[in-house]
Structure formats: structure tokens, C-alpha cells
Design a protein around this ligand. Structure first.
Ligand code: ZN
Length: 313
């Protein structure tokens, strides 16, 4: 059985407290101060409290992207200034990182692909996975370049957004579906001019788009010569080539690629694929990174956390 997730417990607890206090307060106001009959006061109070909880849920959903509010209690519980692990994305120490228990969710993931790698790798506060912390460490080392660059960030994630904001680095965020992003852009048909961007961050997007080669071609078009593409995607270290089956159902995709919304899984020839798209390719070296950011494989077997830094030729 899936263990209770502390974020879910917090979520339920805070909404319950909000519901009880709002309905009690409203009832007292209606019945005691205004003298409205008990039944009518009770019905109005319950409806009012429900609407308030719905509004709160809505706000929580949209603010959590920017502030990590959703998980701040669990982060507080594990926060430890002398802790064993450090998240460079949100700049916080913790006693340990969080096990998100993907292996328990067989509706969205293939549990058998979450067995070989370490699982306690997710930051409680900003939800960073190892690849985010690896990118944040790389960004720290390249901060002067980032400060003077026009940056486009596809499918922005809270963890790296916190890092960019803390360092006062401007990024344009883009996504086709997420309305919180500043630009609505299709990665396979980018509505921006040629050579107009210095650096693109594109973390775990290529496995979701219909035509990944067209996406790479578009990225190559919009990045200026000698500009950079920082990109990562799921890689099956046991497969020489990309695996994709265009007609696969959601159930088959879970079995084949590990996750319901992944259309493919990349292979050991990923570097060749990026070079063929017109980039000079290197990978971020995690050998010298601090151990306390846990720059490891995982949480899934296909999260090799290999991050490519591609210079546009
Ligand atoms: Zn963090």
C-alpha cells in the first residue's frame, strides 16, 4: 500500500482547517449577529466555506509554481542548516531528500523502472530532481555568461525558476500548454525569429513532442551561432538507439517508456542525434560536483541525469 505522502496530508489538513473555521465563522455571523434561522445559516456557511476552499485550492495551484508553497511544511520539517543534503536550486539544506514513491503509482509509471536507482532524491521545497541540481551547479559556474544572455526556458520548472530569480537572471519562459509560461510556443514550430536566442534550457521536453527531430531543427534555427542548448531527456542506457512506437497506447507507453505521457525513450546514440542536428555536444561533468546535492542516477532507471550542453554550429 502506498505510504501517506506528507504533502497530501498537509494539503488535506490545511483545507480542513480552512473549511471548519470559515464555516464556523460564517455561521456565528449569520445566526448570532444577524439572527438568521439555524438551517439557513448552516447551509449558507457550508456553501461559503466550500467556495473558499475551492478558491484557496486554485490559488495554491498557481502560486506553488512560483513559491513552492505547497510543500513548505514538509520542507520546514526536513530543513536542517547542518543537513546532509543541499539543494542549490532553492539554496536550502535538508536532513534528506524526499522519496516521491513513483514506484507505487502504476497508473502513471512503470514501477519496475524505479528499482535500480536511488529514490530519495527529490527536494522537499522546490521539487528539484538530481538533473535540476546538476543544471543549477553548472549555472553557478557559468553565471556571467547567463547574465548577459537572452535565455529561453522551455517547460519551466519551479526549481530552476527559483535559481534564476535568486540570481537576478532574466529568462523568457515558454510552454505550449502551461498558461503560467510567458510565451505559448510549440517546440516544433517556434514563432520566434532565426538566431534570436543565446541560450535555451529544455529539460525533459523532447520525449513529449510529436516530432522530436523537427523540435531539434527549430531549436537549432532560433539559437544564434555559438549559442547554447542545455538539454536533457530520458535515456535507456541498455538501448543503442531511440525506441518509439507511434501507435502505442497510454498503457503500452507506461510499459515501454516508463511513463504514461512519454512518446519515446532515447538511447545511447543521443550524442550523435544532437550532433546531427547541428550542435557541438558535451555533457555536464558531475564528477566534481558536491556529493550533498546527490547528483546521482534516478529516480527512474531512465533518468541517467545526463545533461547535454550543445553549442550551435
Ligand atoms: Zn530545492
Amino acid at each position: 500500500m502506498r505510504k501517506l505522502d506528507k504533502n497530501a496530508v498537509f494539503n488535506i489538513a490545511i483545507k480542513s482547517i480552512l473549511f471548519i473555521t470559515a464555516s464556523a465563522g460564517c455561521f456565528c455571523l449569520l445566526k448570532l449577529l444577524l439572527g438568521i434561522p439555524v438551517i439557513i445559516s448552516a447551509v449558507i456557511s457550508v456553501i461559503f466555506a466550500l467556495l473558499l476552499v475551492l478558491l484557496f485550492s486554485f490559488l495554491l495551484r498557481y502560486t506553488s509554481f512560483y513559491f513552492g508553497y505547497y510543500s513548505f511544511v514538509s520542507a520546514f520539517l526536513h530543513k536542517d542548516r547542518y543537513g546532509n543534503v543541499f539543494c542549490p536550486c532553492c539554496n536550502k539544506y535538508f536532513s534528506h531528500f524526499h522519496d516521491e514513491q513513483y514506484y507505487s503509482d502504476d497508473k502513471h509509471f512503470n514501477p519496475s523502472m524505479f528499482r535500480k536507482s536511488r529514490q530519495d532524491v527529490i527536494c522537499d521545497f522546490c521539487r528539484s530532481a538530481p538533473r535540476h541540481r546538476i543544471i543549477a551547479e553548472w549555472a553557478e559556474q557559468n553565471i556571467e555568461i547567463l547574465k548577459r544572455s537572452r535565455i529561453l526556458y522551455f517547460a519551466p520548472e519551479l526549481s530552476m525558476m527559483l535559481w534564476f530569480r535568486r540570481h537576478n537572471i532574466n529568462v523568457k519562459t515558454a510552454d505550449l500548454f502551461d498558461r503560467r509560461a510567458e510565451l505559448k510556443l510549440d517546440l516544433t514550430a517556434l514563432d520566434i525569429p532565426d538566431s534570436s536566442v543565446d541560450i535555451v534550457f529544455c529539460n525533459h521536453v523532447l520525449e513529449h513532442v510529436d516530432d522530436y527531430l523537427q523540435a531539434l531543427s527549430e531549436l537549432h534555427r532560433v539559437i544564434r551561432k555559438d549559442g547554447m542548448l542545455v538539454i536533457s531527456f530520458p535515456i535507456d542506457s541498455g538501448s543503442d538507439h531511440i525506441r518509439q512506437e507511434p501507435t502505442a497506447s497510454a498503457e503500452e507507453r507506461i510499459r515501454l517508456y516508463g511513463q504514461y505521457d512519454h512518446l519515446r525513450i532515447f538511447g545511447k546514440d543521443s550524442r550523435d542525434m544532437l550532433e546531427n542536428a547541428g550542435f557541438e555536444v558535451s555533457t555536464i561533468d558531475i564528477g566534481n560536483m558536491p556529493e550533498n546535492i546527490v547528483p546521482e542516477d534516478g529516480p527512474s532507471d531512465f533518468d541517467s541525469n545526463m545533461v547535454f550542453v550543445c553549442v550551435r554550429k
